[in-house]
Design a protein around this ligand. Structure first.
Ligand SMILES: [Zn+2]
Length: 151
């Protein structure tokens, strides 16, 4: 019998993601409802696994620095505020190749939020640079300082 595909019930968006997937919750190619999984793999063709302790991104990318990853939450760029501590390592806009040492196991502090156009918000990162993001892009915000209400 072939190995079952594994998916976890995402605590962030409520959909199911592949077990080792670590992308953006809005990536429709990787978010499924149980019905869709049944249709795709058959009821016995997939199984639910616990949500990984990391919410995002992959553990391989973060464990080396010993950084605790479960305190992050995903916040859209348009809701980011100055002073937020965000993790930009490997971010598809700020660090697409994971090559910026500034973000390697370090949190970036947002110094300035500058809406540029309806489709671009620039975030000034303390001591690093200014990066432009789509307003709906999700960033990993460190839980302690965020102060957002749970909806
Ligand atoms: Zn999700």
């Amino acid at each position: 019998m072939p190995k079952r595909k594994q998916f976890y019930d995402c605590g962030i968006c409520g959909a199911y993601h592949p077990a080792n997937w670590d992308g953006d919750c809005r990536d429709d190619a990787n978010r499924f409802a149980p019905d869709q999984l049944d249709a795709k793999y058959g009821e016995d063709g997939w199984e639910e696994v616990p949500m990984p302790t990391w919410t995002s991104p992959s553990p391989q990318r973060f464990v080396p620095g010993g950084v605790t990853v479960h305190e992050y939450r995903l916040v859209a760029v348009k809701d980011i505020k100055p002073g937020d501590m965000i993790d930009l390592e490997g971010d598809q806009f700020a660090d697409p190749k994971s090559e910026r040492v500034e973000f390697d196991c370090e949190l970036a502090t947002v110094a300035e939020v500058m809406p540029e156009t309806p489709s671009c918000i620039a975030l000034g990162i303390e001591g690093v640079d200014v990066f432009g993001f789509p307003p709906e892009h999700l960033l990993r915000v460190h839980g302690h300082d965020a102060g957002y209400d749970d909806e």
